[in-house]
Design a protein around this ligand. Structure first.
Ligand SMILES: *[C@@H]1O[C@H](CO)[C@@H](O)[C@H](O)[C@H]1NC(C)=O
Ligand SMILES: *[C@@H]1O[C@H](CO)[C@@H](O)[C@H](O)[C@H]1NC(C)=O
Ligand SMILES: [Cu+2]
Length: 678
């Protein structure tokens, strides 16, 4: 036991030494990559410039969003071809609330001036700030009717915490910028979401920051605290299995380099940005071609554009729960610090991120990203040849990949978002759902008592896990070997053998169809067997095939709400699983720029009604990965990660297997000072 402990601490020390050397340091050969996220000093500068133009102290100006207004693609690409040249001017897009209006302000950081400032008069409201949500959740504590409700239920006010819920839009003509509050009881647990005070709803006017409506409609038992806590320190025997740890050691150090925010690893190079709304943004991902001895472009820019989470309980307390986690709450704003050795393996390198608080001051989020090489014991490729007499040939290459990870905790749910780069040229997108379910308190303690549709699953006494979906819509601006691309559907079609030329009656073959306009590229998966490929029609392999990248979708999960239902009008960008649009810098957010209480008039579904030409053009692929979630008892009190994902995979992009000649590491692990190991 002692030896093990000593070994463990030596190991820790070694890992510490090994990785402390490689910790990210923001030393860059360029002052700014044009796609770098705004820095703390830039946020401060934006704040100063905007505040200066609204000098009155009576102005309650809040910053709902500050982010990089990225330069035009052509500008970035021409800078990239000559990185020694002066980078393009830095600009920030700012959305403020001021006197009950949303302002869209463009700030030029180079000239320290406001380029434009216009009031947004359309439907919907900007991102909710953390600060205003925190302020809203404080209100019930001093609100008399709420205090009375707590007394009526014999609940201790100091054990009550409230949480914020966007209200959606259900056809009302006039809207105010409001939020709903639901409250929970923390007595005896930290798992507040499992102890809802069902029946109580507060409505907060955010511009006035006061409670404007209050409902205490009924009393149902608050689900018990017992069994809800997930902290290791609170668990009692019998315990689960004891898992053995394993260390992944890299004697040569990590195989990747970070220069500014540009990451290079194996045959990949890409830029990693952060946005308070989108979270991670991967740009300019290129892969080295061993034959061409050059980097070839794959993805200009990719990020999660929206995440739509509609719940399926139409009752008064629940109907409005149809969240847009990115546009309402901010995926980046919801990022949490990753824990070394737990959220990410021991060889991970961590990066911080910054966003602007409601008053415009920069907020540091430590360890927002981790980057690590994953060696999980998987096989990159292999073959055993047994066909040659008296000989066995066996060749195996181990899979190693590079992962960029962020975790967003949006209230109860935790989303583990991975970008995984494979030496074979694939990019894999991982989505892990974990955290705590959103539950409804009810009188039921056994399914025998249930005579109605409870819109969910009884998880424990008095607790219903309500049915819901998660739809993550990815923006993927592929630039396969150049800007102008086409979208090709390689349909697999059954063909009948009509003559007697074959004993077979049928086979399948490929019937290719190149999408000419946006309508041709609206795909509902699962209806037809097709391979969906983004090709560069101007580039061919030596043999004449179009170079391309294929979308390997995740499980088919189509939305089930009616198209005319209000949440689905707002979430109409999920009506198709795949869309292709011509690149347009202002079409970034699938649910619109102003998503809170939006009315669905600025969605991907609306933009694409123009049915623009998309053949041999700079195009953007939109893909939605969805999960229908029927909660089950195992999801209680905290949910084992439910994983999904999809892949972008080269198809005729390389002349042959690009990892044929991949060299494995030759070094073996030696432990200095460990020669006496028993
Ligand atoms: C600014 O906020 C304060 C406190 O919430 C409020 O009393 C004041 O009326 C607000 N001023 C304006 C111009 O809205
Ligand atoms: C870009 O998209 C926006 C929103 O759909 C639209 O208003 C604008 O006209 C488009 N610009 C171009 C050049 O097509
Ligand atoms: Cu779920």
């Amino acid at each position: 036991m002692k030896i093990e402990l000593a070994m463990a601490s030596t190991l820790k020390l070694m890992l510490f030494l090994l990785f402390s050397i490689y910790t990210f340091s923001p030393v860059s050969s360029h002052e700014h990559h044009p796609l770098d996220s705004l820095t703390p000093s830039e946020f401060t500068l934006v704040r100063t410039i905007v505040k200066k133009s609204y000098p009155s102290p009576n102005h309650n100006l809040t910053f709902q969003y500050i982010g990089l207004d990225e330069p035009d693609k052509s500008t970035v690409l021409s800078w990239l071809s000559n990185p020694a040249s002066k980078p393009p001017p830095r600009r920030a897009l700012v959305i403020t609330r001021l006197e009950k209006q949303s302002h869209e302000i463009m700030v030029d950081l180079s000239t320290r001036s406001i380029v434009s400032d216009k009031v947004y008069n359309g439907h919907g409201y900007p991102l909710l700030t953390s600060d205003e949500q925190v302020a809203a959740t404080e209100l019930p504590k001093t609100y008399k009717p709420f205090i009375e409700s707590m007394n009526k239920r014999s609940l201790i006010l100091s054990d009550v915490v409230c949480s914020t819920y966007s209200v959606g839009w259900f056809g009302e003509v006039k809207s105010k910028r409001v939020l709903k509050l639901l409250c929970f009881y923390t007595d005896g647990t930290v798992n507040l979401y499992l102890r809802p005070l069902e029946g109580i709803t507060l409505v907060v006017d955010l511009d006035e920051m006061k409670i404007v409506e209050y409902y205490d409609r009924f009393i149902v038992p608050v689900p018990k605290a017992e069994g809800t806590d997930y902290r290791a320190s609170k668990q009692t025997p019998p315990f689960g299995p004891r898992l053995h740890g394993a260390a992944f050691v890299q004697p040569e150090g990590p195989g990747f380099k970070i220069d500014g925010h540009t990451v290079s690893w194996a045959n990949w190079v890409f830029h990693l940005g952060f946005d308070v709304r989108a979270g991670p943004i991967i740009s300019l991902a290129s892969i080295h071609d061993p034959e061409k001895q050059a980097y070839r472009r794959v993805l200009y820019r990719g990020f999660i554009s929206e995440l739509f989470v509609p719940y399926m309980d139409p009752s008064e307390e629940w109907y409005y729960k149809t969240f847009f986690d990115s546009g309402e709450f901010g995926f980046g704003q919801s990022a949490v610090s990753l824990e070394p050795y737990a959220d990410c393996p021991s060889n991970a390198v961590f990066l911080d991120a910054y966003y602007a608080a409601a008053d415009g001051t920069p907020v540091k989020m430590p360890n927002t990203f981790c980057i690590f090489e994953r060696y999980g014991g998987d096989i990159m490729w292999r073959h055993t040849e047994l066909g040659i007499p008296h000989e066995v040939i066996r060749e195996v290459r181990s899979e190693v990949s590079l992962v960029v990870r962020m975790v967003a905790t949006v209230g109860n749910y935790d989303y583990v978002l991975d970008w995984q780069f494979m030496p074979s040229g694939s990019i894999k997108f991982g989505v892990g759902l974990t955290g705590v379910l959103e539950v409804k308190a009810a009188t039921y303690t056994h399914t025998d008592e249930i005579k109605e549709d409870i819109h969910g699953t009884l998880l424990t006494e008095n607790t219903i896990g309500v049915y819901h979906d998660h739809f993550l819509t990815y923006y993927l601006d592929l630039d396969v070997d150049g800007k102008d691309n086409s979208f090709v559907k390689n349909n697999l079609e059954t063909t009948r053998v009509k003559d007697r030329s074959s004993p077979r009656k049928s086979y399948w073959t490929i019937v290719s169809e190149t999408a000419k306009t946006e309508f041709d590229a609206r795909i509902q998966l699962g209806l037809k067997a097709s391979e969906l490929v983004v090709v560069n029609p101007n580039k061919k392999t030596r043999l004449g095939n179009n170079v391309g990248y294929r979308l390997i979708p995740g499980p088919v999960t189509h939305p089930l709400l009616s198209y005319d239902d209000y949440p689905q009008i707002r979430g109409a960008f999920t009506n198709n699983d795949v869309w292709v649009t011509p690149y347009n810098k202002s079409e970034k957010w699938a649910g619109g720029l102003y998503v809170d209480q939006s009315r669905g008039d600025d969605t991907l579904a609306v933009w694409s009604l123009r049915n623009r030409k998309i053949e041999n053009k700079d195009i953007v692929l939109w893909y939605t990965i969805g999960f229908h979630h029927v909660p089950c008892q195992e999801d209680f009190p905290v949910m084992p990660t439910l994983s999904g994902g999809f892949e972008l995979r080269p198809t005729n992009f390389f002349e042959s297997n690009p990892v044929l000649k991949t060299r494995s590491t030759t070094s073996h692990v030696h432990w200095p000072n460990c020669t006496t190991r028993p």
